[in-house]
Write a protein that binds this ligand. Structure first.
Ligand code: F0G
Length: 524
């Protein structure tokens, strides 16, 4: 469908080939609301109902007129796009606006400081870095306290007011008489091993937090992550459906520094819990992993674990935030207050590329500002658009949030109806608000070779997407790590007609899959 080009293909030619094989290599030339337009070979524009929504970025659709007008106006006024290392009042205004929403939705009043970035993965890595700075400072404080314990014990032993207990000697394997240095050196050996450890990040199975060198370690799909394991600190993936799984991971990761303490004339060994966990990253609704809503029970377990062990909870609202689930912070719907929040995607209104990390004041390390920056972050254009996005969501006492619930409900009824009509084809409908997924039954054992082979290759969702685009003029994609699930993330303005069009298209698709007629899904 794409126009022929005379240039050699140098921009991801391999990907282009894959797209072409499925009939997905379309060049869109215009976008408005939930519609994208491509040009046919004869030059006529064809409209496509876009339910991908920029993977959840387009809560206001493509090129919302108010956002376009603002961007044009800012450029016409020659707003300085590059004014690094100066005062950015608009960044402060956006941070304040986000704080007002956060305070209302969670019923709290603690300020959250904002650090800006340019993409979701960068926002996540900003959170990883901040958490690590915080952890390193806490490790330093703990280490200093242990050194003070050692000095006090040494003094007590030297002036004869204390002796090393037999129990401490036995634990350290120090058998020779009275040499306190031998005791200290065993303690130091143990502590050095612990102090040399990097952080362990926790997240849930099925999570997706980005594909950069650090953030990809938090992304569960091994296909994305495994080749890059050596690049950064590792994550542990906590199973979602296993009660007690989090507690056992925490028990396994628990390590302590040893400190000599003088009690009743005896030097005994105390354990000082070491901050081994960098942070717990969590999506309130997993997007790329198949549209799974986090349960309030697991959310509460994560919050309690973090409170008792002292690590921060980083709520990744990159996809689920900015109104899509009927609240600005979808985590507020399950009562999960993050120590950090990461916002991106929709914050830029579908126009700017921007991200924000919010860190609660009680955990914020202002020194972070001296060691972290980006040429492009915190720019006037993105901040002004971000302010407008918040304004648009908050207008009329939150009409946009109510609309997300209402439109999401209408869409959900359509998907549920299709699922009820084709129970042998549709396995589940999941999600919240305008972040929905429809999962097909496993087709790896289908009698159709096309369905079977594509399902085994993890491509069934893309095969289906190609059919829906070519035959039904609908753009929709699978969640990349759960290829049997299509995700549906339209804008607030999605019309009844569009939802009905999607319903008809899904019924046609389900009929084909029900007949195991895989050939009907292939391009001609
Ligand atoms: N966190 C979440 C929850 C995401 O969904 C994404 C991206 C990111 C972080 C990274 O953001 O792409 O701006 O660097 N999700 C896309 C998806 C890729 O398929 O859902 P990014």
């Amino acid at each position: 469908m794409a126009a022929p080009t005379m240039e050699p293909e140098l921009a991801e030619a391999h990907m282009r080939g894959l797209l072409a094989g499925l009939g997905l290599d379309v060049e869109y030339v215009r976008g408005e609301g939930d519609t994208l337009y491509y040009r046919d070979r004869d030059g006529t524009e064809t409209a496509v109902l876009d339910l991908v929504g920029g993977y959840g970025t387009l809560i206001f659709g493509h090129n919302h007129p108010d956002l376009v007008a603002l961007a044009r106006d800012l450029l016409a006024k020659r707003v300085p796009l590059h004014a690094q290392f100066s005062y950015h009042p608009y960044a402060n205004e956006l941070a304040a606006a986000l704080n007002r929403v956060l305070h209302r939705e969670f019923g709290i009043d603690e300020p959250y400081s904002a650090v800006f970035a340019n993409s979701g993965a960068e926002g996540i890595e900003t959170a990883m870095k901040h958490a690590e700075l915080d952890r390193v400072i806490r490790v330093g404080e703990l280490h200093a306290a242990v050194e003070a314990d050692i000095a006090a014990a040494r003094a007590a032993v030297a002036d004869g007011t204390a002796t090393v207990s037999a129990e401490a000697r036995a634990r350290l394997g120090v058998t020779d008489g009275v040499d306190f240095d031998a005791v200290v050196s065993e303690i130091a050996r143990h502590n050095a091993e612990v102090l040399g450890r990097g952080p362990v990040f926790l997240t849930l199975e099925g999570s997706f937090h980005g594909k950069l060198a650090g953030s990809v370690q938090l992304t569960h799909n091994a296909g994305y992550r495994a080749p890059f394991r050596a690049l950064a600190a590792q994550a542990r993936f906590v199973p979602v459906d296993q009660p007690g799984a989090l507690a056992s991971v925490l028990a396994e990761e628990r390590v302590a520094l040893l400190a000599p303490v003088v009690v009743d004339g005896q030097v005994t060994l105390a354990e000082r819990d070491f901050p081994a966990i960098g942070a717990f990253f969590v999506e309130p609704v997993q997007g790329e992993g198949g549209i799974h809503v986090l349960s309030p029970e697991l959310a509460a377990e994560i919050r309690a674990a973090a409170d008792s062990a002292g690590f921060p909870v980083v709520v990744d609202e990159v996809q689920s935030g900015m109104g899509r689930t009927g609240r600005f912070f979808s985590a507020s719907g399950i009562g999960l207050l993050g120590d950090y929040f990461v916002l991106a995607k929709g914050l830029g209104g579908g126009i700017a590329k921007t991200a924000a990390l919010l860190v609660r004041q009680s955990r914020y390390r202002s020194d972070f500002e001296l060691v972290h920056s980006s040429t492009f972050a915190k720019d006037a254009l993105s901040c002004h658009i971000g302010i407008k996005v918040v304004e648009m969501l908050e207008a009329d006492d939150g009409a946009a949030y109510r609309l997300a619930v209402e439109r999401g409900g209408r869409l959900r009824r359509e998907l549920d109806a299709v699922a009820a009509e084709f129970p042998d084809v549709v396995a589940a409908v999941r999600g919240r608000g305008l972040m929905l997924g429809i999962e097909f039954h496993d087709l790896t054992g289908s009698t159709s070779e096309v369905l079977r082979d594509n399902a085994r290759a993890g491509l069934i969702g893309y095969l289906v997407a190609g059919y829906l685009l070519r035959e039904q003029s609908i753009r929709v994609f699978p969640t990349a790590s759960a290829a049997h699930t299509l995700r549906v993330e339209p804008s607030l303005a999605i019309s009844d007609e569009a939802i009905e069009q999607f319903g008809r298209a899904l019924r046609a698709l389900c009929a084909i899959i029900g007949k195991a007629d895989g050939m009907a899904l292939l391009p001609n």
